[in-house]
Design a binder for this molecule. Structure first.
Ligand SMILES: [Zn+2]
Ligand SMILES: [Zn+2]
Length: 269
């Protein structure tokens, strides 16, 4: 079976990623309106009635906005850590008791044939996690909303064939930009977001560990540009002796819509 995924929305204004195979259909986060998420799913050929689960990374609004409506409409179980549930439960509207699933970091579980592993992430939300997905030797990682490059998450993401990797901000744009001082400090902190430089350093390690597709995601609208994130990544790889696009395919996930459907070995279009 083939492991497939599609970033439906990725950025500081909303995040949702489809992950699936023949017998499993999963959403990671639902940080846009239910209507918009369903529309993007249809565009990449996924029927929302086939969904089996929504996995939540953390309780920030750009990850949870559409969870309540999608869970009610399609009777979907929602998986989150205990601390994430504590932060988000009151924001989802009425939830059916039977659809509340509590997960623990570093305890894997199966959805269909896909082995799902939540791993802890350094971020300013309680119980924040990323996920890896493994199927028949293929491995995908969703690694966004990370304050710093750290072994606690790199050890889980290492060995992935494809990684949706945060490349949130350009440090110079953030410093020169309009955000208030406190917000700039929060973004730069070890529990904030990865810069383009952090992403470059992480990607070098991940490609040496076998990654063949890196999708840059969760770009800031105010403090980054897709071209800048891509250029920065290419420079980091070149300095490390890695040929961008030859040794590893690079993409930037779209902020306002899907980035196409990927299989673990190629973009299907
Ligand atoms: Zn976020
Ligand atoms: Zn966040």
């Amino acid at each position: 079976m083939e492991l497939r995924f599609s970033p439906l929305f990725s950025g500081s204004s909303g995040n949702s990623i489809y992950v699936g195979c023949d017998d499993a259909h999963i959403l990671v986060d639902a940080g846009m309106s239910g209507t918009r998420i369903v529309r993007e799913m249809a565009q990449v050929g996924v029927d929302p009635r086939d969904l089996q689960a929504i996995l939540v990374t953390h309780a920030h609004n750009d990850h949870i906005r559409g969870i309540g409506i999608l869970s009610r409409k399609f009777n979907l179980p929602v998986y989150a850590t205990e601390e994430t549930w504590a932060e988000m439960y009151g924001k989802l509207g009425s939830m059916s008791e039977g659809n509340l699933r509590v997960i623990r970091p570093e305890e894997d579980f199966f959805i269909g044939s896909i082995d799902v592993m939540p791993f802890p992430t350094p971020h300013d939300a309680g119980g924040s996690v990323g996920y890896t997905f493994e199927l028949d030797g293929a491995k995908l990682a969703v690694a966004t909303d990370l304050g710093c490059v750290r072994d606690s998450w790199m050890k889980h993401v290492m060995g992935s064939d494809a990684v949706l990797l945060e490349s949130n901000y350009d440090p110079n744009m953030l410093d020169a930009g309009p955000y208030p001082y406190d917000l700039k400090q929060r973004i730069k902190s070890r529990r904030g977001h990865l810069s383009n430089d952090d992403a470059g350093r992480a990607a070098v390690e991940l490609i040496r560990g076998g990654a063949r597709q890196i999708i840059l995601g969760h770009l800031s609208k105010e403090n980054n540009f897709p071209e800048l994130a891509m250029r920065s990544m290419e420079l980091y790889l070149q300095q490390a002796g890695i040929a961008p696009q030859e040794d590893c395919a690079l993409y930037v996930a779209n902020r306002d819509g899907n980035t196409g459907m990927f299989s673990i070995s190629a973009r299907l279009e």
